[in-house]
Design a protein around this ligand. Structure first.
Ligand code: SF4
Ligand code: SF4
Length: 434
């Protein structure tokens, strides 16, 4: 019997203890110095429990379990719901200080109901047997003006006819103008972004003429919640605004948002997915962000009433009392995610939509698909990325994001390493003491 290659072992933050997590066997424990040293030396005093929990295993047995769980993962994904992004235009009424889409040229063509009809025909033909929902994305989907409103109304009513749920990703500025249209659909959620309280937010997310946007967005959130339309409030974080997180958490609490069943939150990391902001010192790496979040939450625990960060598998473990299933693939592109835009083009996912070199095919005016490119995305997982083969973190990391990997390495079957062990150090320490 040898230590499993899926053991993740590390010291906890602010503690003398260690943790051991094994996502293949589904076990996690806090261990002391003595046990930790046994794993370091490979000499074990009592092996029964370690074998039972899969921390010690023989190679053939572990390989058998791995294959079985991988096949379960693929089976489950087959029946998963598909998220279909639709971009009706790339234009936006904001000029955010950090926008990655500012480099995109909007193709000059304009959306028509024929294009939307073609989109629904494609879904009906190619994704007929899949559960699915549509996320309307941009640019900014909720723009003022007759054409914009008519197109969004048409999209939502056509989806509703087919009993397909809608989600929207919007800056939230025109929510009030769209409430009546939103009430026509099965709206799963509206994602709205506030980057802090008024002063901080207005310095980062403003209209093209530089006017402030905070109050109008906040009023829109009130209106959505009053109409029982679920809100997913996102805060995009970098070094410039992280200190304002407790302030936004208090604002959301004082508005009564955090006590609404229709309210949830997410934190977005501002990072260099599209064009190079690497020289920009205000951006965080994933680990740096979580380190600062850990410190901030220790100081202002009320942040947790607003948002509980995942810290890899840590939040799941403490909320469910068990580990999540092994993650053989973290990237849903071309599997349970696709993106369509108004030019008739199809892309792997939201991070790639609008980039001409990432285009996979078309749904309008005719249907076409580059199957070789699609296969490349479809086949990407921790078994196909050679760097992942001997990585103990593979079932927590899942190989990361295909788009980030491609941007870094030039091809899809490349790793986007996630600091899963260090995130667990922080997260298990944080959540075990709550
Ligand atoms: S490429 Fe990245 S952003 Fe796109 S689906 Fe995969 S993980 Fe998500
Ligand atoms: S992407 Fe990197 S960290 Fe993630 S499983 Fe592969 S090698 Fe390990």
């Amino acid at each position: 019997m040898l230590p499993s290659k899926h053991n993740i072992i590390s010291g906890l933050n602010d503690s003398e203890d260690y943790f051991i997590v094994n996502l293949l066997s589904g076990n996690a424990d806090i261990i002391g110095q003595r046990k930790y040293e046994e794993f370091q030396s490979g000499n074990f005093t009592d092996t029964d429990e370690l074998i039972e929990k899969g921390y010690l295993s023989d190679y053939e047995h572990e390989k058998h379990i791995y294959t079985k769980k991988y096949l379960d993962f693929i089976d489950n994904r087959e029946s998963d719901e598909v998220q279909v992004f639709f971009v009706p235009w790339y234009s936006c009424n904001f000029a955010c200080s950090y926008c990655y889409q500012d480099e995109y040229q909007s193709p000059p063509s304009q959306i028509t109901t024929d294009i939307i009809d073609a989109f629904f025909i494609y879904l009906g033909e190619k994704l007929a047997d899949k559960r699915k929902y549509i996320t309307i994305f941009g640019g900014e989907p909720l723009l003022t003006g007759g054409l914009h409103k008519e197109i969004i109304r048409y999209l939502i009513s056509e989806a509703t006819l087919r009993k397909i749920d809608i989600a929207l990703v919007t800056n939230g500025y025109n929510t009030l103008n769209y409430i009546d249209i939103l009430k026509l659909g099965q709206i799963r959620e509206v994602q709205v972004t506030l980057d802090g309280t008024a002063e901080v937010h207005n310095k980062r997310r403003f209209l093209r003429d530089k006017s402030a946007t905070f109050q109008q967005i906040s009023d829109g959130v009130d209106a959505l919640l009053a109409n029982h339309i679920p809100v997913n409030l996102r805060m995009v974080i970098d070094r410039e605004n992280i200190e304002n997180l407790p302030g936004l958490a208090r604002y959301a609490r004082d508005k009564g948002w955090t006590s609404s069943a229709y309210f949830k939150t997410q934190l977005g990391r501002n990072y260099e997915l599209h064009h190079c902001q690497k020289a920009n010192m205000k951006l965080y790496s994933r680990l740096e962000l979580y380190k600062d979040l850990y410190g901030l939450i220790k100081k202002y625990p009320e942040i947790l009433d607003f948002h509980k960060p995942a810290f890899s598998i840590s939040k799941f473990l403490f909320e469910h009392g068990e580990l999540p299933d092994p993650l053989f693939d973290a990237c849903p592109a071309c599997k349970t995610e696709w993106a369509f835009d108004y030019t008739g083009a199809i892309y792997p996912c939201t991070a790639t939509v609008g980039k001409s070199e990432e285009r996979l095919g078309t749904y309008y005016p005719s249907i076409s698909m580059d199957n070789k490119k699609v296969c490349d995305w479809e086949e990407r997982d921790v078994l196909s990325i050679k760097e992942c083969a001997n990585c103990s973190l593979q079932l927590a990391c899942g190989g990361g994001c295909g788009s980030v990997a491609k941007n870094q390495h030039g091809y899809v079957q490349a790793p986007d390493c996630r600091p899963a062990k260090d995130l667990m150090r922080l997260g298990i320490s944080l959540y075990q003491n709550l």
